[in-house]
Ligand binder design. Structure first.
Ligand code: SF4
Length: 725
């Protein structure tokens, strides 16, 4: 059987009669030898009306006792797709008492729940119509349009690690707006769990479900147990918006933080400095403290802003206001080149709606406007934000997972979902559980031909792969930081999200302040210096302190794995370039927020100039594309003659914006056999087309484009290559 997403367990997918060989009672209660019909959910003897929010009333506070609603159903996402099909068709009802957790699907990823094309709709009701559109079996959708919404399900059940993959909140919205009130799993991916909490969807385990199915009530407190005090309040109030409204109305007394004087990391110092009101009696925080903090700045882009506007209008009325408009911004960057990708063309109308709604939001709120002018974007949000918005010591939130890039400016920055962002732009504050930290003490200097990207691929392999960076703030310090330019520091912080870290932050020095002042002459230099934080020498790092000698780093790649051996394409698949053998390429791409900065363009140019000087152009079978990260980067390249050199070599130069990186611009692969070497940050399967994608440094990308195979750059290397022009 061909399995679109590799979810289906082939041993469980037998010809049909049972889940992993287990028998169910038939509808009359007798046991059949094969597959019977378990008792119907509609017969659960529970009195009364709904115990929690409905699709029409999404922000309702749940009752103190939770029970299943008479007439509503429970959907089991079993490893056997046929059982799902029969439940959706109304031919079958299952019960937890007759199933094992092993019978249920594990690792359901958010891409399967709401593929990217579903997210081109911004109204949750529309997104819900295509819930689980990414579950493909034998080349067909298992969940037809509207089938989940029309099935009368209020509980959905799966196995381990529900909601892995992208942090997209639409996955939760799709279930919620189909009427799902409780999601049951053996475990949840942390960001997905947070999205459930913010949306007011209750999370339960299989034992709780058995009690509910037996007709019992379960106290709401049980659904909230094990969470920090602030999260428990959000669960009790039915999600983030009702919690915030109750807070604003004085109906909630926040738990105070009683952490006493202690040495703190950079992240802890920033959060302690941003505590709102009487959040702490001492001005100190420690990991695990649940705090309310002011947010200094934030931004959204055209893929997310429409939902922010929609949610604020629904919750606070069409005339809603936001707290500090001048501190927030919108960017037009993610979908600017979508019309160049044939797969995206059916969605261009929807994309135009997203753009227009962002314009509406910007006019309505007065936030800073970084819209495209004459079809040209001012740049990728994270690059422009570090140039013009993010300052040392600030706490910044935005609707994108690479928001962490701003940590290069000695700020604490990370991405949030649309509900969380809408809530914080409205109020000016947010709630946070203080994260743990891990420190990297850098020594020495990178060798010639080695970049911060190689260092990051090394960190992904050595520290992120064994989960040492998971959910932590990665702190970079030590004398080695001084040798790195601001752009190279930004490469480190950008890829914190690939490390599954909460964020990353780099110690500030004179270079930091000079770099910001050069771009923002109106800024007060002294205020920037005063804003900077350093870690206390005795600060505690739950993730430990790790020395990295920069001079020992060698050119690296992250390889695309081996699907036949069950090795997924992942940024943590690190290998030395010299170890991977002969890998011919067809596409070389240099750009994105990770590798579209001035220093990255300097790297590409160094290689291209040398090759052109030797009479070379790019290898005949290779397409090489370079895309600027921002208008400032583009201007730098024009002023220094880079563009002429690139064009002389046969490179396609593209205006600022996201593009191939998100599968929405020139440079995406079109067939699974194509091999790309790319300076972007992610090589997850399908993200930049169906081909095999190697992550590498800007120097390696450029050198490979001329060599026609993945090759590390060495000064003078082209003197050995045959002339191709
Ligand atoms: S360049 Fe890629 S990773 Fe960066 S913000 Fe755009 S889509 Fe995201």
């Amino acid at each position: 059987m061909r399995t679109g997403l590799g979810y289906w367990c082939s041993t469980a997918r037998q010809s049909g009669a049972s889940v992993a060989g287990r028998a169910f009672p038939s509808s009359d209660g007798s046991r059949s030898g094969g597959f019977g019909t378990p008792p119907c959910r509609g017969r659960i003897p529970a009195p009364g009306g709904p115990a929690f929010a409905t699709a029409e009333q999404p922000s309702m506070k749940p009752s103190d006792l939770i029970r299943l609603t008479p007439g509503k159903r429970v959907l089991y996402l079993t490893k056997d797709p046929e059982l799902i099909r029969r439940q959706l068709a109304g031919e079958l009802n299952l019960e937890m008492a007759h199933l094992r957790v092993e019978d249920l699907l594990d690792d359901i990823n958010t891409d399967a729940m709401t593929p990217a094309w579903v997210c081109f709709s911004h109204r949750p009701e529309d997104i819900a119509r295509d819930a689980y559109a990414g579950l493909i079996v034998d080349g067909e959708r298992l969940f037809a349009r509207d089938v989940l919404r029309d099935g009368g399900f209020e509980v959905i059940v799966s196995g381990y690690r529900k909601g892995v993959g992208s942090s997209r909140e639409t996955a939760v919205q799709a279930e919620k707006w189909c009427g799902v009130k409780i999601t049951v799993a053996a475990s949840f991916a942390p960001i997905h769990a947070g999205n459930n909490i913010n949306q007011g969807v209750l999370m339960a385990d299989h034992a709780m479900l058995e009690r509910l199915e037996a007709g019992d009530t379960v106290p709401l407190e049980e659904f909230a147990s094990g969470f920090d005090p602030m999260t428990r309040l959000k669960i009790r109030w039915g999600g983030l918006f009702p919690f915030s409204k109750a807070l604003a109305a004085g109906e909630i007394e926040l738990p105070t933080v009683a952490t006493g004087e202690r040495p703190m990391t950079m992240a802890e110092k920033i959060l302690a400095r941003h505590l709102r009101g009487s959040g702490s009696e001492t001005g100190y925080v420690q990991p695990g403290d649940a705090v309310v903090v002011d947010v200094d700045a934030g931004y959204s882009h055209e893929f997310t802003t429409a939902q922010v506007h929609e949610f604020l209008a629904r919750e606070y009325g069409a005339e809603y206001k936001i707290a500090n408009p001048s501190s927030f911004a919108v960017f037009e960057d993610h979908l600017i080149y979508a019309d160049e990708v044939p797969k995206m063309r059916p969605f261009l109308d929807k994309i135009e709606v997203l753009r227009e709604l962002q314009r509406v939001f910007q006019r309505h709120t007065g936030v800073r406007d970084f819209s495209a002018r004459d079809g040209v974007s001012p740049g990728i949000c994270h690059e422009v934000a570090r140039e013009l918005i993010v300052s040392p010591g600030q706490f910044v939130q935005a609707t994108d997972s690479h928001t962490c890039m701003g940590g290069c400016n000695n700020a604490l920055t990370w991405g949030v979902g649309t509900t969380e962002y809408a809530n914080l732009v409205h109020s000016g504050f947010t709630t946070v559980e203080v994260p743990e930290s891990i420190r990297f003490e850098l020594t020495g200097r990178l060798a010639v031909g080695v970049t911060a990207k190689d260092l990051m691929l090394h960190i992904l392999l050595r520290y992120a792969r064994p989960q040492m960076t998971l959910n932590k703030v990665m702190e970079f310090g030590g004398e080695g930081v001084a040798s790195l330019s601001m752009d190279e520091r930004a490469t480190l912080t950008n890829m914190a999200t690939e490390c599954s870290a909460r964020g990353a932050i780099v110690e500030a020095d004179k270079k930091t302040i000079d770099w910001i002042c050069a771009r923002r002459p109106h800024e007060d230099r002294k205020a920037l210096e005063d804003g900077a934080v350093t870690a206390d020498s005795a600060a505690h790092y739950d993730g430990g302190v790790h020395q990295i000698d920069l001079s020992a780093i060698l050119p690296m790649v992250a390889h695309p794995g081996d699907p036949d051996r069950g090795i997924p394409s992942d940024p943590t698949n690190g290998a030395l370039v010299e170890e991977i053998g002969d890998v011919p390429i067809q596409i070389a791409y240099g750009g994105s927020c990770t590798a579209g900065k001035i220093d990255d363009l300097e790297f590409y140019h160094r290689v291209v100039k040398e090759a052109v000087g030797e009479g070379l152009s790019i290898a005949p079978e290779v397409e090489f594309l370079i895309q600027f990260g921002s208008a400032e980067v583009a201007e730098h390249c024009r002023r220094h003659g880079f563009v002429e050199t690139f064009e002389q070599a046969g490179i396609r130069v593209i205006q600022p914006g996201c593009g191939a990186c998100i599968g929405c611009g020139p440079g995406v692969s079109e067939d699974p056999e194509q091999v790309t070497v790319s300076a972007i940050n992610r090589n997850y399967k399908g993200r930049s087309g169906p081909g095999r994608l190697y992550l590498a440094s800007p120097l390696t990308v450029a050198a490979s484009a001329f060599a026609g195979r993945i090759t590390a750059y060495k000064p003078g290397m082209f003197r050995q290559l045959p002339v191709t022009v």
